[in-house]
Design a protein around this ligand. Structure first.
Ligand code: BGC
Ligand code: NOJ
Length: 822
């Protein structure tokens, strides 16, 4: 069942009922001011940090779900409704929500009134704009009222939801111009130098700033006293719950329409300019902001700028292909999700409260795979930030804080895959840009500039950290965990509430990870290539040898007979082996080791993927492990804390499904690769939205696995490494267009039924139109290549030399490449 549909021309998802299985959200803003907005206008705004600068309030566990947000009540005689349906939930004659790139539009109608609510954050601006248009579609004149309503958060979202003994006494506002402009200035009197402002671009008839007045002490947003009664009461909040509510009249002749623009802004003042009079906040910056959006022309111009911004970003990689679902994911939604994931990391979604963990070291390195082609400069900055948190011995804090950019020890360090992701991230950046100078940038260790070394030295220490931390089978020690945060082999937690990662020894000299070994073999060659390019041939040779040894160790001690083992635990017992009672086979090492090419020429890789198909595959994707753990295992940790089929315990973890897709393409299995790709791909599962439940335009972290009672149900949408990995997979492994060190590697691995497509790729300032012709109906392999019509004798690439490298063209040039498969 569907609850809407894609509109590819407009690059929108159009939701046609407010009753979606879960709130389906969008993100407005991509620099500093952000708003999460659902299809019923639930959500909240924040400035940069969703915990410390929360502008409006949101209750995650609310019932009714998602009832805090940006509410516009229309009052038409006795009838009261919301343009986006919540919170009154008045049945509407028409409803539609269109989520687009950085904007959301609601259009609804009731009883001869149609309404439009358009919302976005202008480029470079710290405010949310909302334009409300009301139209009288009836034959009689109408006197309508419109009431906008938002509830302020007292800045620190954590305190806001816990410290009521203080909070109820600190709320302060200022009201100007009869309520047309409402300032929220809680704590501005002391150490804050920022405030929020809510305004309308035309006079209002009334206002409220105390929730008790507008909603009623025992009232509800679904039936606000002021709206149902005789209007706003002009309340000024002193403590309790400050809000911004206004009342506006619309006298509309038949057929007439009028609009009004509302803004919600965030203003920071230099300390010496905080006040315009004792106790009166300096409003100059707020006034300047309001003056930038006086009318429709300004609103429309800012909206056009936003569209141009997205046009530019998304035109770095586009595909023209007959399969429309594939096209819409590649050209629009997958890249959009990658940008949102870059902006938010794992902080604010409808599943991440904005108060939790900081930025993940590994998460941020991987996110880069999905956006480096759009914003390479920001990727560079991000890499330097991440590297600066690394410890001098090459290991890493698992997380760091976006505001301070310092590592935090919330879950400790010693997640032993982390350092290798830095190599992977830098490698992706170098392939995209060719900017080897970045390797000479002086970068702190542990945020201490006195320890700074060139970025290259960070990579060297990352690589050597693995080499120097091997266990009894010459496989990498796992530490607190590897990619799978929940596989805690050195942690023996027995008491509720303890951290699964940091209780007990956490790290140890025995437990080893085959997954990290696979990563080492996959990204080690990138390190050696970088060394070679810097003229460090001895180090390159050392790296090659280390990779060779690791490959041997995997094939000797990391191979279970039919698939790759997952790990050895602290007692050196195999995990993910046929000898285990539960958890006999895991997805991660199959994907990573085959991607790395381990066993590709000797048969193990084929066997491993066959085992994945036989043992882990389901109609909704590949589950993380089988059989699921049915009880809690002290020696395994958090993974076995989840009920079977959920999360890391045999859920369909969307992040590592693409690893298996990539692995299949290494072996040339284009049909199978595409089949797996489609199973978790939002556009391909839109028709089962009632089962999947999360947004049909973005990936979720997890889909409940075959062991779960809710098999197929998605959870934790938007902020997941899945976005970057699936984009890498579809753009590079399937469509086969991969930035390489000196050009673009072309090596498609596609379903034999796909007869061809054209990718347009901007790369280092040149534009490539790469047409792939698969009239031959093969899955992999290139018969001939022409560049601008001339037969090209291009260098071959890929494990089996199936691909070729199109040399980098001069910046500014446009080149047409034709690749004939066969
Ligand atoms: C989740 C993991 C996540 C970790 C982050 C765990 O509870 O299951 O998916 O990586 O928390 O700290
Ligand atoms: C989500 C975390 O953000 C990521 O770092 C981790 O790899 C996966 N969960 C798997 O545990």
């Amino acid at each position: 069942m569907q609850f809407g549909h894609f509109d590819d021309a407009a690059r929108e998802y159009r939701i046609t009922t407010p009753r979606t299985p879960l709130p389906w959200i969008n993100y407005l803003g991509s620099e500093n001011f952000f708003t999460l907005i659902s299809n019923t206008a639930g959500g909240y705004s924040f400035y940069r940090d969703a915990r410390l600068r929360r502008i409006t309030r949101y209750r995650y566990n609310a019932s009714p779900l998602d009832s805090d947000g940006f509410h516009f009540y229309v009052k038409d005689g006795e009838s009261v409704w919301n343009i986006a349906w919540q919170p009154t939930q008045t049945e509407l004659d028409a409803y539609e929500c269109r989520h687009g790139l950085g904007y959301t539009v609601f259009e609804s109608a009731l009883g001869g009134v149609s309404a439009k609510q358009e919302m976005f954050v202008p480029n470079g601006e710290n405010c949310l704009l909302t334009r409300i248009t009301l139209k009288n579609t009836s034959d009689a004149a109408k006197q309508l009222k419109l009431f906008p309503y938002v509830e302020f958060c007292l800045w620190d979202a954590n305190d806001d939801s816990t410290n009521f003994q203080r909070n109820y006494s600190i709320g302060e506002v200022e009201v100007m111009d009869g309520g047309r402009v409402i300032y929220h200035k809680t704590e501005y009197r002391e150490r804050r130098d920022h405030y929020a402002v809510f305004w309308a671009n035309r006079p209002v008839d009334g206002f409220d700033t105390a929730r008790d007045s507008f909603i009623g002490v025992y009232g509800a947003p679904a039936k606000p006293e002021a709206v149902l009664g005789s209007g706003c009461k002009g309340s000024v909040a002193h403590g309790w719950q400050p809000v911004a509510a206004q009342e506006l009249s619309f006298d509309l002749a038949p057929g007439q329409e009028q609009d009004v623009i509302f803004g919600l802004g965030y203003i920071e003042n230099p300390v010496e300019e905080k006040w315009e009079a004792p106790g009166v906040i300096n409003k100059a910056r707020a006034v300047a902001m309001m003056d930038r959006y006086p009318d429709d022309a300004a609103f429309d111009a800012a909206l056009a700028d936003l569209a141009a911004h997205w046009d530019d970003l998304l035109s770095n990689y586009t595909v023209d292909v007959a399969d429309e679902k594939l096209g819409r994911m590649v050209n629009i939604w997958n890249q959009y999700q990658c940008m949102v994931t870059f902006n938010m990391s794992r902080s604010a979604s409808y599943y991440e409260s904005g108060m939790g963990r900081g930025m993940g070291f590994r998460d941020s390195c991987q996110d880069l795979f999905g956006f480096v082609h759009m914003i390479p400069d920001r990727a560079r900055e991000r890499l330097l930030d991440i590297a600066a948190t690394q410890f001098p011995d090459g290991s890493a804090y698992h997380q760091y804080q976006p505001l301070t950019k310092k590592g935090n020890l919330g879950v400790g360090s010693g997640f032993n895959d982390d350092p290798l992701w830095l190599i992977a991230g830098v490698d992706a950046y170098l392939r995209e840009t060719g900017d080897y100078d970045v390797l000479n940038e002086m970068v702190a260790f542990d945020s201490d500039m006195s320890l700074a070394q060139p970025l290259f030295e960070h990579l060297r220490r990352s690589f050597h950290y693995t080499v120097d931390h091997l266990g009894p089978h010459d496989l990498p020690l796992i530490g607190r965990a590897d990619w799978n945060d929940c596989l805690n082999l050195n942690c023996f937690s027995e008491h509720p509430g303890e951290s699964f990662q940091t209780t007990g020894p956490s790290e140890g000299p025995v437990a080893e990870s085959v997954f990290i070994a696979g990563m080492f073999v996959k990204y080690g060659p990138a390190y050696s290539e970088i060394c070679r390019r810097l003229g460090k041939d001895d180090e390159a040779a050392f790296a090659d040898e280390a990779v060779e040894k690791m490959t041997k160790a995997v094939l000797t001690s990391g191979w279970d007979g039919e698939w790759f083992l997952r790990a050895y635990d602290a007692a050196s017992q195999p995990i993910g082996s046929h000898v285990c009672e539960e958890g006999q086979i895991f997805i991660e090492p199959q994907g990573m080791c085959v991607m790395a090419g381990i066993g590709a020429k000797t048969g193990e890789a084929e066997k491993a993927l066959k085992s994945v198909k036989e043992r882990l595959d389901t109609k909704y994707g590949i589950v993380l492990l089988q059989p699921a753990y049915t009880k809690y295992y002290l020696n395994l940790g958090e993974i076995s804390s989840y009920p079977p089929g959920y999360k890391e315990n045999a859920g369909i973890f969307c992040h590592n499904n693409p690893w298996v897709v990539c692995a299949e393409t290494v072996l040339g299995h284009g049909d199978r690769a595409f089949e797996i790709y489609k199973k978790t791909c939002p556009a391909f599962i839109e028709e089962i939205s009632e089962i999947h439940r999360t947004e049909p335009y973005v990936y979720s972290q997890m889909v409940a696995g075959i062991d779960a009672p809710t098999f197929g149900e998605g959870k934790n949408s938007w902020l997941t490494g899945t976005a970057a990995w699936t984009f890498l997979t579809v753009s590079q492994a399937i469509l086969g267009i991969t930035p390489d060190y000196d050009g673009i590697a072309v090596d498609p691995c596609i379903p034999s039924s796909l007869s061809g497509y054209t990718v347009t790729r901007r790369y280092r300032g040149a534009e490539y139109h790469i047409t792939v012709d698969n009239a031959a109906g093969v899955q992999k392999g290139i018969a001939s290549v022409t560049i601008d019509g001339e037969p090209a004798d291009v260098k071959r690439c890929g494990l089996f030399e199936t691909g070729c490298i199109i040399p980098a063209q001069p910046a500014g040039s446009v080149v047409n490449v034709k690749v004939v498969m066969g």
